[in-house]
Design a protein around this ligand. Structure first.
Ligand SMILES: [Mn+2]
Length: 321
């Protein structure tokens, strides 16, 4: 099906549904929350009953996103109730943390997926995926546009939030002329850009700055692979008790290093379980290939993986056992 027809078909499905379940990914970022909330606002306008699910709590910094207070993490969803499920920004189905439930109820309901990650799982009845565009919010913008749906201030704020957070304020390479044109249109619609910037970026507390300081202090460069990297052993992770957003912003900051091909952070989240994040600014490099080799995935410019192992700090560097 051509993409324009997919947008139309998706709206038909939404209009004919009575009860809709909206799902976004665990540990949600700005785009994940903006995307689920944009749909919630549209469904309110269309007077459709719906529920919003995310496995983890909305980080306080994103409380400004309209309707984010409606997101629940209660897995006790009455699966018989819904005739339509919309999954946004998830990449792999496992990131919904409802993999089993979705697969078990697969026959009973129609699933629409909106995403900009490379395809991992085949589960949606209608897959609206544009890999490597700036954000799922940009996919949703196109869905609105193609269907002549009005935005209004709140939905415009959602779409601009998704774009600004996923592109790091237009810094990364997925930013196109269209991304900026859409952002400008959303501002004209009344999107609250100063609010987005204040909450989504100027939100660093002293503690997270000190975590950044520690990581910078210990940063190493592997000259053979031209990768800058740092590790955090479990003992340090425990000491920091930092949230995902802190490490996200650390990675954003590290990816400003000019003379390496990529940056990598390994942190032992739980004893024996290491989470890796890898970023690059180099247009010729696809870090998702490394992530995939290690059982993970993501975008060409930002990817992640999980491996088993223990990080041990030695005098000069780290060892993984
Ligand atoms: Mn996204």
């Amino acid at each position: 099906m051509e993409i324009a027809n997919k947008y139309k078909y998706a709206l038909e499905k939404i209009r004919s549904a009575n009860n809709i379940l909206l799902i976004t990914h665990e540990r949600p970022d700005g785009d994940a929350l903006a995307s689920i909330c944009a749909f919630s606002l549209l469904l309110e306008r269309l007077k459709k009953d719906h529920k919003l699910f995310c496995n983890d709590q909305v980080p306080a910094l994103f409380n400004f996103i309209p309707n984010s207070n409606k997101i629940k993490n209660d897995k006790d969803l009455n699966w018989g109730e819904y005739d339509l499920t919309i999954v946004v920004d998830c990449g792999a189905l496992s990131r919904t943390k409802l993999e089993k439930e979705i697969r078990d109820n697969r026959a009973k309901q129609f699933i629409i997926e909106f995403d900009h990650h490379p395809k991992v799982d085949d589960y949606a009845d209608l897959e609206i995926r544009i890999p490597d565009i700036s954000s799922t919010a940009e996919v949703i913008y196109r869905f609105f546009k193609e269907n002549d749906l009005e935005f209004g201030k709140d939905i415009a704020t959602c779409i601009l939030t998704g774009i600004l957070t996923d592109t790091i304020n237009f810094l990364n390479t997925s930013t196109t002329a269209e991304t900026i044109a859409i952002s400008s249109e959303m501002l004209s619609e009344g999107a609250l850009m100063p609010k987005i910037n204040r909450y989504a970026w100027k939100n660093k507390n002293i503690h997270s700055m000190k975590v950044l300081g520690n990581i910078l202090d210990n940063l190493k460069i592997n000259p053979d692979h031209s990768i800058a990297f740092a590790c955090l052993a479990y003992e340090e992770m425990e000491k920091f008790s930092e949230t995902e957003e802190t490490f996200d912003s650390v990675m954003n900051f590290l990816s400003n290093i000019d003379d390496v091909k990529a940056v990598m952070l390994l942190r032992e989240e739980r004893p024996g379980s290491i989470k890796g994040s890898i970023r690059t600014n180099n247009p010729k490099i696809d870090v998702s290939k490394i992530a995939k080799l290690l059982g993970g995935g993501g975008h060409a410019k930002a990817s992640g993986f999980k491996i088993d192992g223990k990080i041990i700090k030695t005098e000069k560097t780290w060892e993984i056992k």
